[in-house]
Design a protein around this ligand. Structure first.
Ligand SMILES: Cc1ncc(COP(=O)(O)O)c(C=O)c1O
Length: 424
């Protein structure tokens, strides 16, 4: 730790003081041999589990053949195979194309580049509480100032921000379903008050807001937003970086909403920890930018693509079924905790992408951010790694590897409940 502090800046943050020795499934072992149950999955990257056998062997085999030629110089099959697979499995029964980059933020950047090029329009609409990454455009699209944006301005021009369907703290002060989804219809007003519809290239949105607080909009929300987009020739970009790859019980969270994005962005769990992200979209849109307009030295690295293919093989119907079951189990447990602990104001999520919002008072909904921070610390002290999120940092979130055993889940829950009892 002393060497870390001496040699690495403080900006790249650390949630725990733990140094890993090895990790398997849903267990992380530290350099002192202490084991932790992992409810964080490296921030939603280990849906198929740490060091899943198929993934490790795909990485090993690929590393023995070739590691890098640069796709733009000498092409390789894993890139094309994975693009084909993603074109097949992403929502939408129409020709699609996929390109790869190294990180979620870079994928967001490229989705914006493609949308602007294809529509010849400049404006992008993002949402309150959104998180899309830390590069300049991705950070601009991100909503939360602390810690993501403060001190880093100026930001990119032509980004506009709409309220999101955060029902627990409705920005319009209404209640679902009586609200009749005012927050979605508001998009038409937004074109009058903020930016003209025919200047807007795309709307970018997370199907379940991740860093923003595990916020799930009502089931009809995206259909409404998408139909308004269609009416005005605006592209609908779904950022599935955190919610995709089986996290919500389906391969893509968009499937829960019966909505077909024009462009879908994948990352995190797509390659189980290797740096990879994908941009998949309607072929005619993806093909608009000129040859040489898109790319990068490492983008779609062959080892990462091979890991991605192994992940897709692993995320079969059985694993998705397990994901749904896990979601039900987690929801039951959280709702039960909510009955017993006043501090839990809201339980929400889709499948096992579930969180609980902590408040000091259920009436005023005063966020219990410090208490959530305390809970995170107490949990890792007892051997459970868990994260929080949300604009007030008061939402405990579960991004557990889907391969966690029932016994590990129970033990994790035991720790969480004991620690909750202590702070409550
Ligand atoms: C929804 C969403 N979009 C984009 C990103 C950025 O991804 P990366 O950290 O790989 O750049 C994240 C990361 O947390 C995310 O959750």
């Amino acid at each position: 730790m002393a060497l870390r502090e001496e040699n690495v800046p403080r900006g790249p943050f650390n949630i725990t003081p733990i140094f890993v020795k090895r990790a398997k499934g849903a267990i992380i072992e530290d350099v002192e041999g202490k084991q932790y149950i992992d409810f964080a999955g490296g921030i939603g990257v280990e849906n198929v589990g740490h060091c899943a056998e198929q993934v490790v062997s795909a990485i090993q085999q690929q590393a023995e053949q070739y590691i890098h030629t640069c796709f733009h110089i000498v092409m390789y099959e894993p890139y094309i195979e994975l693009a084909k697979r993603l074109n097949e499995v992403t929502p939408g029964d129409f020709p699609k194309k996929t390109m790869f980059v190294n990180s979620g933020a870079e994928a967001v950047e490229n989705a914006v580049k493609i949308a602007r090029y294809a529509t010849k329009r400049q404006a992008i609409i993002a949402f309150e509480n959104a998180f899309h990454g830390r590069t300049y455009m991705a950070m601009t699209l991100t909503s939360q100032s602390q810690p993501y944006k403060i001190g880093f301005g100026p930001f990119c021009p032509e980004v506009y921000r709409m309220p999101y369907a955060y029902c627990y703290r409705c920005p319009f002060g209404l209640k679902y379903p009586d609200c009749k989804l005012r927050c979605a219809d508001y998009l038409e007003d937004f074109f009058i008050g903020h930016v003209a519809a025919d200047s807007v290239a795309a709307i970018i949105v997370e199907p379940v807001q991740g860093e923003g607080g595990f916020i799930v909009p009502p089931p009809e929300y995206f259909k409404k937003i998408k139909s308004i987009c269609e009416k005005h020739g605006i592209l609908f970009i779904m950022d599935e970086i955190q919610a995709g790859m089986g996290r919500t019980g389906k391969l893509f969270a968009s499937e829960h909403f019966d909505v077909i994005p024009d462009i879908i962005i994948t990352g995190k769990s797509i390659a189980a920890g290797l740096p990879l992200a994908g941009i998949t979209g309607r072929a005619e849109i993806m093909d608009k930018p000129h040859v040489g307009g898109l790319g990068g030295t490492y983008s779609g690295n062959p080892i990462a693509c091979k890991a991605g293919l192994a992940v897709l093989d692993t995320l079969n119907a059985q694993m998705l079924e397990r994901s749904s079951q896990l979601g039900e189990k987690l929801r039951d447990r959280f709702v039960d905790l909510q009955r017993r602990y006043e501090i839990i104001g809201d339980v929400r999520g889709l499948g096992p992408m579930i969180g609980m919002e902590l408040v000091r008072d259920r009436q005023s909904k005063e966020p219990a951010g410090d208490e959530a921070g305390d809970l995170v610390k107490r949990c890792y002290g007892r051997g459970l790694i868990i994260l929080r999120c949300g604009p007030y940092h008061n939402v405990m979130r579960i991004l557990v590897p889907l391969v966690i055993t029932d016994d590990q889940l129970e033990r994790g829950f035991g720790i969480l409940e004991d620690m909750l009892k202590e702070i409550a």
